[in-house]
Design a binder for this molecule. Structure first.
Ligand code: SF4
Length: 177
């Protein structure tokens, strides 16, 4: 029987090639959409609905976490004006990885990973540094093995929405969206 792995998912497009790789490596991914960083709520739900297209395509169980944006804002307080890729983003990764660890424990799943490493705009080593002390965290670099390009390819095939900003209101402010 395939080993279950809780996959923290940041969005549908990034989940595609990550799922494909995990399946190839013999895992049974359980998808966990936990992204209280995303703003506004309508955008959070839009990204979740896109993930459901992917989940149905691969026939995978998906768990939706609550949208606790106020808690997230408190977590990154003082870093609202940081540039993207700075300390705010490291804190943001940590927030979501802690949620994933707690959910994995609750479900009795011994390993978890995150799709955040797919993006070529995010440093995998920074993400790993935020999770390496968390028991069960698998440092899987999903941008390896051409993961980023493959995610674009599958997303097009499935007709997925691909957002123009990372997620929070500060990234929206600093984007062209
Ligand atoms: S830019 Fe992205 S990674 Fe950085 S804090 Fe905002 S949502 Fe999180």
């Amino acid at each position: 029987m395939a080993e279950r792995l809780l996959l923290h998912v940041c969005c549908g497009p990034c989940s595609t090639s990550s799922i494909e790789r995990l399946l190839e490596e013999g895992y049974e991914p359980v998808l966990f959409f936990s992204d209280s960083n995303i703003f506004p709520y309508e955008e959070f739900m839009k990204r979740y609905e896109n993930l459901m297209i992917v989940a149905q395509h691969y026939g995978l169980e998906t768990i939706l976490d609550s949208w606790d944006h106020d808690e997230w804002l408190e977590w990154i307080k003082g870093h609202e004006d940081d540039k993207e890729h700075g300390a705010r983003c490291s804190l943001c990764f940590r927030f979501n990885l802690l949620r994933a660890k707690a959910k994995a424990e609750e479900l009795g799943i011994h390993k978890f990973a995150t799709t955040l490493t797919v993006s070529r705009f995010k440093s995998s080593s920074t993400i790993f540094s935020q999770g390496e002390d968390l028991e069960g965290f698998e440092k899987i670099d999903f941008k390896k093995k051409d993961g980023f390009n493959r995610s674009i390819q599958i997303s097009k095939e499935l007709g997925l929405y691909r957002q123009k900003w990372c997620g929070c209101e500060f990234s929206l402010r600093d984007s062209d969206a």
